[in-house]
Write a new protein. Structure first.
Length: 330
C-alpha cells in the first residue's frame, strides 16, 4: 500500500509539473517549437543550432512554424522538455497502476480500475497533444487538452484518497450538506474560469502577433470580451471561496484536516489574485502566466480533496464496510 501511495502522490505532483511546463510553453510561444510529432525536427533528440538541420529545413517545416521559419533553439527545447515530462508521467502512471494491482486487486478493486483509467487517459492526453501540434494550436483542442489534465488529476486524487480512507480522521462538520453543495458550485465555477482562461490565452497569442512585443503594455486594452468576462468572473470565484471559508470556519474545528486544506485553498487564492493583477497591470510578464494557470489547477485539486473529506462517509462507504468486515487486512 505504501508503494502505491507514494507513487500516487509523486504522479499527481508530476502532473502539476507538466501543467506548469505547459504554461511555460504557452507563455514563451513555444507551442510549435517542435513542428512534428512524436519526433522534433525529424529527430528524437532535437538540434541545438540551425547548422544541425537540413539546408532546406525552412521548406520542410516552414508551413508548421506559425510564421517563425527561423530555427529557435530555446523554443524547441522548451517544447521538447514538455514532451519528456509527459512521457515521464506516462511511466509513473503505469507504475502506479501496476502497484495498485499488487496492493488492491483483492482489497479495493475500484483503486485498480481508477489507476487503469488514469493510465488510459494519459495515453489519450498524449495523442491529444499530437493533435494540438497537427492542428497548429487549435484553441478547442488546447481547451480539451487542459480539461483532460484536470480529469486525470481528479481520478488520481480519488484513487490515492481511497487508499488512505481508513487512516484519515476527519473532524465533525456541521451543516455538511450545505457546504458540499457550495463546494460543488465552487468546483464548477473554478473549472469554467480555467477553461475561459485557455480561450483568453489564445486571444493573447493573436494580439501579440498583431501588435508585437514592443506594445506588450497595450495588449490588455485589445483583448476584447472574453478577457473582460474572465476578469470580472474572477470576482465571483473570489466571493465564493471566501463564503465557503467563512461558512466552514463557523461549522468545523479550527485544528482539523479540513480546516488546514481550506486555509491552503485561501492562500492559493491570494497567489492567484496576485498573479492575475500582474498579468493585467504589468503587461503579461512571462513568469506570471504559468503560475496563474498552475495555481488555478492546484486550487481545483484542493477543492476536490475537500469535497472528498466533507463526504467521506458517503463517498467511501463501500471501502469502510469492507475494512470493517476484514479488520485483519492491512
Amino acid at each position: 500500500m505504501q508503494v502505491f501511495r507514494r507513487l500516487g502522490v509523486w504522479t499527481i505532483g508530476a502532473v502539476y509539473v507538466l501543467i506548469l511546463v505547459g504554461g511555460i510553453v504557452r507563455a514563451s510561444g513555444s507551442g510549435m517549437g517542435c513542428p512534428d510529432w512524436p519526433k522534433c525536427f525529424g529527430s528524437w533528440v532535437p538540434p541545438t543550432e540551425a547548422s544541425q538541420l537540413p539546408p532546406n529545413y525552412k521548406e520542410i517545416f516552414g508551413s508548421k512554424l506559425k510564421g517563425e521559419v527561423e530555427f529557435n533553439a530555446v523554443k524547441t527545447w522548451v517544447e521538447y522538455v514538455n514532451r519528456l515530462v509527459g512521457v515521464t508521467i506516462g511511466l509513473l502512471i503505469f507504475a502506479t497502476f501496476i502497484s495498485s494491482l499488487v496492493a488492491f486487486r483483492v482489497k479495493d478493486r475500484a483503486i485498480v480500475w481508477l489507476s487503469f483509467l488514469a493510465f488510459v487517459l494519459v495515453g489519450f492526453e498524449g495523442w491529444l497533444g499530437s493533435i494540438v501540434v497537427s492542428t497548429e494550436l487549435h484553441p478547442v483542442i488546447i481547451t480539451l487538452h487542459m480539461l483532460l489534465s484536470v480529469v486525470i488529476v481528479f481520478i488520481l486524487l480519488y484513487a490515492v484518497a481511497r487508499s488512505y480512507t481508513k487512516l484519515v480522521i476527519v473532524e465533525e462538520v456541521k451543516d455538511g450538506g450545505s457546504l458540499s453543495f457550495l463546494l460543488t458550485a465552487l468546483i464548477l465555477v473554478t473549472t469554467g474560469q480555467v477553461l475561459l482562461g485557455t480561450q483568453v490565452r489564445e486571444t493573447i497569442d493573436q494580439v501579440a502577433i498583431l501588435m508585437g512585443a514592443d506594445m506588450r503594455s497595450e495588449w490588455v486594452s485589445n483583448l476584447g470580451g472574453k478577457f473582460q468576462m474572465h476578469r470580472w468572473f474572477s470576482i465571483v470565484v473570489t466571493v465564493l471561496h471566501l463564503l465557503f471559508y467563512y461558512r466552514l470556519k463557523r461549522n468545523s474545528s479550527s485544528k482539523g484536516i479540513i480546516n488546514r486544506f481550506s486555509v491552503a485553498l485561501i492562500a492559493l487564492l491570494g497567489v492567484e489574485m496576485l498573479s492575475g493583477l500582474f498579468l493585467n497591470y504589468l503587461g503579461f510578464p512571462y513568469f506570471a502566466q504559468p503560475v496563474h494557470l498552475t495555481v488555478a489547477i492546484l486550487m481545483l485539486g484542493i477543492q476536490f480533496i475537500l469535497y472528498l473529506l466533507l463526504n467521506k462517509e458517503r463517498v467511501f462507504r463501500g471501502v469502510q464496510e469492507f475494512y470493517l468486515r476484514n479488520e485483519s487486512i492491512r
